[in-house]
Design a protein around this ligand. Sequence first.
Ligand SMILES: [Mg+2]
Length: 278
Amino acid sequence: MVSGFHQRVREIYFVIRMEYLFDRWGEVERALAPGALLLLDYDGTLTPIVERPELAILSPDMKKLLKRVSRHYTLGIISGRSLTGVKELVGLEGIYYAGNHGFEISGPGVELVKPEAERVRPTLIKICEELRAKLGNIKGTIVEDKGSTASVHYRLVAEGEFERLKNIFEEVVGPHMDSGTVRVTHGKKVFEIRPNVEWDKGEAVLWLSSVVDPKGELTPVYIGDDRTDEDAFLALREMGVTILVSEGPMESNAKYFIKNVDEVKAFFERLINLQTQK
Ligand SMILES: [Mg+2]
């Protein structure tokens, strides 16, 4: 148990340690000099967080920017969405995509489907059916079966209903957690159910960078906004440029923060300028 005092000290430590990216631009520019492998989360990073997941459409100017960035840098999108879902939303050819928190990865010369994901599939189907049946009367709940993982979104659920939702969720998913089949992570107004194996966005980005850049010549850059991105921040912390999208410094494994999606765009513009001004 962490005491209130120690918790507070820990928070202050993290908040002091995080730097606003554009205040440290010289340092970042030096880190990127060898070239960069750009790894980006989707929701909350390339699009603002929206009420329903299907409304998170890439804006035309973000899409154009990404396309320009991809001419100069190796690009990968690392999302909790299904692989086909995130590919469709981004719609760029010739870049890397990791879906389902990295359980499925594809791109030029790369195809990976983690076998654990297929093994857990029957359990996930059962869980989703049961959740849909039991959460059906809680207005605003969205149960999303993404193949290798599943999500329960509750952004639209009334605050007074959350406790009931959580109890039903635990009642349905708990036994499968106890049996060691699945595990659960908690993001922004979403529960994620995934195979219980040591594989997350952190493992996925390390794997992808070892395949795409086997000699380790490029500097990995990771941008994300949510708790599942913390695994990637931690994995790349010592060797890369890790950036949290957040209005201010927070307790995070990322070294830098930028405030919102517009600043992500500003960062991309700077990246393009670094290449075109050479
Ligand atoms: Mg996100």
